[in-house]
Design a protein around this ligand. Structure first.
Ligand SMILES: Cc1cc2nc3c(=O)[nH]c(=O)nc-3n(C[C@H](O)[C@H](O)[C@H](O)COP(=O)(O)O)c2cc1C
Length: 408
């Protein structure tokens, strides 16, 4: 299931500044200083860290279908990312068991479960059409599938019994996706399409909040509206309010409409206005965070609690290290060639572990790494040639050749 292709296409355009007049003149260091003055040395609202210990900086790695698997998440964490979200997992696939559930998994990385050891804290994101299915999927995630698939499926018609677990040692939270622009399936809403039918989305939020133990925070990912009509803006506001009333801890709002998909710049003014209307709420933002400066500029411009980093961290885990540096009053540094090589090798090793149970792990890993390599190449002084090298790397040996030639 993919929320969207990452390549420029009719559904997506490449990096651009968000629409936010004057934001480019904001000094990221000044924003960091303000955050520290307000919240202490981490710059993070302490209410968030109280809900998810370890989520201790005002940014996180977004769910990115097709990218944000355990390998990418662990690499991000090794560079200072305080929290990650899984890609959107469909309720039906989760309940069917097998691959869908394993997708949130860490493959064969020793002794690990989602949210365990290095991949922690982790929020599991779910997306779907039916409140009881979403509730059963959420429970299955936080219980780590400890009951049989049949038992979880039977909860859809019979409801959840009282014997549910009262906490999770895997996922730190559950996030509901009300943002994905991919078309409806069999006329049923899911993702961002719920912004046209807020009552249906509210039923999902309620069912999931009811099934989760109180200790597990529930959050929501939303687009700023389905489209720009006054009716859809009203729907957004109604659903946004309902989320907090139902006990959701925060909402992350992507500053594009569902209709807009990923075309054109995102808009930060609606996010700023939202924060101005609800100054006490925890609200995160998303859209056009392409480099470390935009993390702080988005927070400075809008007043958001923090931001999610999405396309800006594909092949660029250093964005998190740079953000930590700015918070510490230091100069953010670009990665050296040696650092780039080390991360490429680590990413490859981790992905190999994620793919360990597939038929040909090396082939699959080399193929999967192409899309990352292409993005990593942007940091290299010979970016175009390195990119070409990665495009043509189809095997582990091809990979090694690119590394030796350009990163040796
Ligand atoms: C390839 C791709 C896959 C995505 N998958 C998800 C997803 O599974 N869950 C989610 O909440 N958002 C997903 N998103 C949306 C991003 O998290 C983010 O909100 C969006 O890309 C806007 O941020 P950006 O302009 O900084 O990239 C995806 C975006 C892209 C480009």
């Amino acid at each position: 299931m993919g929320c969207q292709s990452n390549q420029p296409s009719k559904n997506a355009t490449g990096p651009a500044f968000a629409i936010a007049e004057g934001a480019q003149d904001i000094d990221p260091r000044a924003v960091a200083t303000d955050l520290i003055a307000k919240h202490g040395p981490t710059g993070m609202d302490p209410r968030v860290t109280a809900l998810i210990p370890g989520f201790d900086a005002p940014f996180y790695q977004a769910g990115l279908a097709g990218y944000s698997d355990a390998a990418m998440r662990i690499i991000a964490r090794r560079h200072g990312c305080p929290m990650c979200v899984t890609e959107a997992l469909l309720d039906r696939t989760l309940l069917a068991g097998g691959k869908g559930f394993a997708k949130a998994d860490l493959g064969d990385i020793t002794g690990n479960v989602p949210g365990g050891e290095e991949d922690n804290p982790l929020i599991g994101q779910i997306m779907g059409s039916d409140p009881p299915e979403m509730a059963a999927s959420a429970l299955k995630m936080i219980e780590q599938g400890s009951r049989s698939n049949k038992e979880y499926r039977s909860m859809v018609s019979k409801g959840v019994d009282e014997s549910r677990s009262d906490g999770s040692d895997s996922f730190a939270g559950i996030d509901i996706n009300l943002a994905c622009p991919v078309k409806k399936i069999a006329k049923k809403s899911r993702g961002g399409h719920w912004l046209r039918e807020p009552e249906g989305a509210i039923a999902i939020l309620k069912a999931v909040r009811d099934v989760l133990p109180g200790s597990i925070p529930l959050s929501v990912k939303m687009r700023m509206a389905y489209d720009d009509t006054p009716e859809m803006k009203k729907n957004f506001e109604y659903l946004f309010d309902a989320a907090y009333d139902l006990g959701c801890s925060w909402v992350t709002v992507h500053g594009r409409t569902v209709e807009q998909k990923y075309v054109g710049p995102s808009r930060w003014d609606p996010l700023k206005e939202l924060v101005d209307r609800h100054p006490g709420r925890l609200i995160f933002g998303s859209g056009d965070v392409w480099d470390v400066n935009q993390i702080f500029r988005m927070i400075g411009y809008t007043g958001l609690t923090g931001v999610s980093v999405a396309r800006g961290c594909i092949g660029n885990p250093w964005i998190f290290k740079q953000a930590r540096a700015i918070l510490a009053g230091e100069d953010p540094k670009a990665p050296t060639i040696t650092e780039q090589r080390a991360v490429l090798e680590q990413h490859f090793e981790l992905l190999l572990a994620v793919n360990a149970k597939t038929r040909d792990p090396e082939y699959l890993t080399a193929r999967n790494m192409r899309k990352f390599g292409i993005r990593f190449a942007a940091h290299h002084p010979n970016a175009d040639e390195v990119k070409q090298g990665f495009i043509y790397a189809k095997s582990l040996d091809d990979w090694r050749v690119v590394l030796e030639r350009w990163y040796g």
